[in-house]
Design a protein around this ligand. Structure first.
Ligand SMILES: Nc1ncnc2c1ncn2[C@@H]1O[C@H](COP(=O)(O)OP(=O)(O)OP(=O)(O)O)[C@@H](O)[C@H]1O
Length: 623
C-alpha cells in the first residue's frame, strides 16, 4: 500500500444486526416486576446447580446462613439486655458486672457470625471452581454436539459468545447468592428486633433503601442492554485480534500490508463498543443520583423519628441505643441485600443467555435415530439429494442421484463453488439432505446414529487441521489409543514422509506446536501429507480426499495417488481435485456445475466428450 492510500481509512467494519431468532433482547420483553419476581427462581437454580456439584458444601453454606441470622438476632437482643444495666444508675463496676452475662453473649454471637462467614466463604470456594468447569464443559460439549448445519445459522456464534458470559459469571454467582441470602436473613432478624422496639422504624428503613434497590436493578438493566448491544462487535473484535496477532497469518498480514487495516478495524470496533458503553454512563448517573436523593430523604426521616422518640421520652435511653445498633444493622443488611439482589438479578440475565443457548443447542443435537450402518460398507446411494445453506437462494447440491460401490474410485471435478465439498458433507452425513436420501447399505443416514457412520469414514478436507500435538497424535487422533507404532509408520510411509519424520529431533514424538508450546514446524506440504496419513491410518471403508495434494510436490502427489489406488479394493474412495490428470486413477469421474452432475464417465470418455471436462483439461494445459 502506498503512503497516499495509507492515509485514506478503510471502510469501517459493518454493524451487525440480526433480524432472526437471535435478535430478541430478553430484557426488551420483560417488565421490571417480572424481572424482580425472577430472583427466587434464579436463587433456586443456582442452588440446584451447586447441589449437583457438591451437596455437602451446599449444606454447609445453608447452615452458615442460618447461623448468621440467628447470631444477628441474639446479638441485638443481648445488646438491648446489656444496655439496661449499663445505662442505669449505680457504680460503673456494678453496672458492668450486671451487664457481663449479656456482654458475653454479644461477644459469642459476634464470634459465631464471623466464623459462619469464614466457613461460608470456604464452602463457596469449594463449589465455584467446579461449577465453572461444569458449565464451561457443558458449553464446549453443546457446541461440539450440535448438527453442523446449526452452526452455519446467522448469529449462532454471537449467542455462543453471550453464553460464554454466563459461564464467566458462574465465578461470582454462588458468592452473590450466598451474600444475598445472608443479607436477607440478617435483615429479617434485625428488622424483627427493630419492629419490636418501634413498629414505625422498619417501614421507614425499607423506604430508605427502596430507591437504592430500584436504582441498582435499573443500572444492572442498563449494563445488560449495553452488553447485549455489544455482543456482535465484541465477537468480531475477538476474531480480528486473533487474525492480527496469530503467527499463522503473520506472513500474509505483514507482506500484504494488512497490519494497519486490521489495527484500524480493531480500534474501530473497540471505539464502537466504548461509545455504547459511554452512552450508557449518563443514564446510570441519573439513576444513581435520583436513587441516592430519595434514599437520603427517607433515611433522614428515620433518624429524625428515632431522635424524636428518645427526646420525648417515648423510648427509654437503653432502648434508644439498641435501636441505633439495630437500625445500623438493618440498614447495612438492607444495603447489602439491595446490592447483592441486583448482582443476582444481573447474573440471572447472563445465566438466561447461557441456558437459552444450551436449550437451543440441545434442540439442535442430532436426532437421527439409532440405526447402525451394516459393515462392510458395500454401497452408498444418493437419491435426488438436495441441500441449500441457510440464507442462500440457491441449492449448493441440487437433485443429485449417484451410486457408489465398494472397490470403486470416484473423482469429482467442477469449477469453484459447484458443490463438490457440499456433496462430500452429504455423503458422510455431516449435513443431512433437505430433500432426497443418502443411503448406506440400505440405511438412510437420516435414521442412522452419526457416530456409527463416522466410524466408517476418513476425510481429508480442503482446510485441514494442524494439530499442535506430537507427530504420532497428528496421525492417530480420533482413533483408539494404540501402543503399536507399526501402523503409524505405515501411514507415514504411504504419504512419503518416513524420511522426513525420521529426521525430526524426536521422530514420532516430535512436538509440532512451535507457536504454542514449542517443538518443530512443518512445511505446508508436509502438513498436508500428515493430514492424508491421518485419514489413511483409519483404513476407512469410505475415504474422501478433497484437494488432498494441492500443496504437495510431485513426489508426494505421486505417492499418495499410487497408495490410494493400491488400497482401493477394500473401500469406496472419492477424490475431489482440480488437477485433472489425477482423475486418471478413477473408475468414474463426475463433473459438477451449480450443484448438479452435468457429465460423467471414464477419463477417456470425458476427454473426448467435448464438454466441461475437456474444456477444463484444455485450459489446464494451455500455457
Ligand atoms: N458453510 C457454508 N455456508 C453457506 N454457504 C456455503 C457454505 N459452504 C459452501 N457454501 C456455498 O455452497 C456452494 C458450493 O460450495 P462448495 O464448497 O460445495 O463448492 P466446491 O465445489 O467444493 O468449491 P471449491 O472448488 O471452491 O472447493 C457455494 O456457492 C458456496 O458459496
Amino acid at each position: 500500500m502506498s503512503t497516499s492510500t495509507r492515509t485514506v481509512p478503510p471502510p469501517a467494519p459493518a454493524e451487525i444486526n440480526y433480524s432472526g431468532h437471535y435478535s430478541v433482547n430478553p430484557l426488551g420483553e420483560a417488565s421490571f416486576r417480572s424481572l424482580c419476581a425472577q430472583l427466587p427462581r434464579v436463587l433456586g437454580r443456582i442452588t440446584a446447580m451447586a447441589w449437583a456439584i457438591d451437596r455437602r458444601a451446599v449444606l454447609l453454606l445453608l447452615t452458615c446462613q442460618v447461623a448468621t441470622g440467628v447470631s444477628a438476632a441474639v446479638l441485638l437482643t443481648a445488646t438491648a439486655r446489656a444496655m439496661t444495666p449499663l445505662l442505669g444508675a449505680g457504680a460503673v463496676a456494678d453496672r458492668l458486672r450486671a451487664a457481663l452475662p449479656a456482654l458475653v453473649v454479644v461477644a459469642c454471637a459476634s464470634a459465631t457470625a464471623r466464623t459462619a462467614l469464614a466457613v461460608a466463604r470456604y464452602a463457596e470456594r469449594r463449589i465455584t471452581p467446579r461449577l465453572m468447569t461444569a458449565t464451561d464443559t457443558t458449553l464446549v460439549e453443546a457446541v461440539c454436539r450440535v448438527e453442523a448445519a446449526a452452526c452455519a445459522v446467522d448469529g449462532f456464534s454471537d449467542r455462543q459468545e453471550a453464553a460464554e458470559m454466563g459461564v464467566t459469571r458462574t465465578q461470582v454467582m454462588v458468592m452473590d447468592a450466598q451474600r444475598f441470602t445472608s443479607a436477607l436473613i440478617r435483615m429479617v432478624t434485625a428488622g424483627a428486633v427493630v419492629t419490636v422496639l418501634n413498629p414505625l422504624v422498619l417501614p421507614l428503613l425499607l423506604l430508605a433503601v427502596a430507591p437504592a434497590a430500584v436504582g441498582a436493578v435499573l443500572t444492572a438493566r442498563v449494563d445488560y442492554d449495553t452488553h447485549y448491544a455489544n455482543i456482535a462487535d465484541r465477537n468480531v473484535r475477538g476474531m480480528t485480534r486473533w487474525w492480527a496477532t496469530t503467527p499463522k497469518y503473520g506472513d500474509e498480514v505483514r507482506a500484504n500490508g494488512m497490519t494497519d487495516y486490521l489495527l484500524y478495524w480493531y480500534r474501530a470496533l473497540s471505539e464502537r463498543v466504548d461509545r455504547r458503553t459511554l452512552a450508557a454512563a449518563p443514564r446510570t448517573l441519573r439513576i444513581a443520583l435520583s436513587s441516592s436523593f430519595a434514599g437520603g430523604v427517607f433515611l433522614t426521616a428515620t433518624w429524625g423519628l428515632l431522635a424524636w422518640l428518645a427526646v420525648t421520652g417515648r423510648v427509654a435511653p437503653a432502648v434508644a441505643v439498641t435501636a441505633v445498633v439495630a437500625v445500623q444493622t438493618t440498614l447495612s443488611a438492607l444495603s447489602q441485600l439491595v446490592m447483592e439482589g441486583a448482582a443476582v438479578f444481573h447474573t440471572s440475565l447472563y445465566l438466561g443467555d447461557m441456558q437459552a443457548f444450551f436449550d437451543h443447542a440441545a434442540e439442535r443435537a442430532p436426532r437421527r435415530g439409532g440405526a447402525v450402518v451394516g459393515e462392510p460398507v458395500e454401497e452408498i446411494r444418493l437419491e435426488e439429494v438436495s441441500y441449500r445453506y441457510p440464507g442462500k437462494d440457491r441449492a449448493a447440491v441440487d437433485g443429485i442421484s449417484l451410486a457408489l460401490r465398494r472397490g470403486e474410485i470416484l473423482a469429482v471435478v467442477g469449477v469453484n463453488g459447484s458443490g463438490k465439498s457440499t456433496l462430500t458433507r452429504l455423503i458422510t452425513g455431516i449435513y443431512l439432505a433437505d430433500k432426497g436420501r443418502v443411503v448406506w447399505n440400505g440405511t438412510d443416514l437420516a435414521d442412522a446414529d452419526p457416530a456409527t457412520v463416522w466410524d466408517n469414514t476418513g476425510l481429508v478436507p480442503q482446510i485441514f487441521a494442524q494439530w499442535p500435538l506430537r507427530v504420532r497424535e497428528n496421525v492417530t487422533l480420533g482413533q483408539p489409543r494404540s501402543h503399536d507404532d507399526g501402523p503409524v509408520w505405515d501411514a507415514v510411509e504411504a504419504v512419503g514422509m518416513r524420511e522426513s519424520v525420521e529426521e525430526l529431533p524426536a521422530g514420532l514424538d516430535t512436538l509440532l506446536a512451535r507457536e504454542i508450546f514449542g517443538g518443530t514446524e512443518l512445511s505446508g506440504g508436509q502438513w498436508q501429507r500428515l493430514a492424508c496419513s491421518r485419514a489413511l491410518y483409519r483404513r476407512p471403508p469410505l475415504l474422501i480426499l478433497d484437494e488432498p495434494t494441492s500443496q504437495m510436490d510431485p513426489h508426494g502427489e505421486h505417492a499418495i495417488f499410487e497408495h490410494i489406488k493400491a488400497i482401493s479394493a477394500d473401500r469406496i474412495t472419492i477424490v475431489i481435485t482440480h488437477r485433472l490428470e489425477n482423475t486418471r486413477i478413477a473408475d468414474r469421474i463426475v463433473v459438477m456445475d451449480r450443484g448438479r452432475i452435468t457429465e460423467q464417465g471414464t477419463y477417456d470418455d470425458l476427454v473426448h466428450a467435448g464438454g466441461t471436462f475437456a474444456d477444463l483439461l484444455r485450459l489446464s494445459q494451455d500455457r
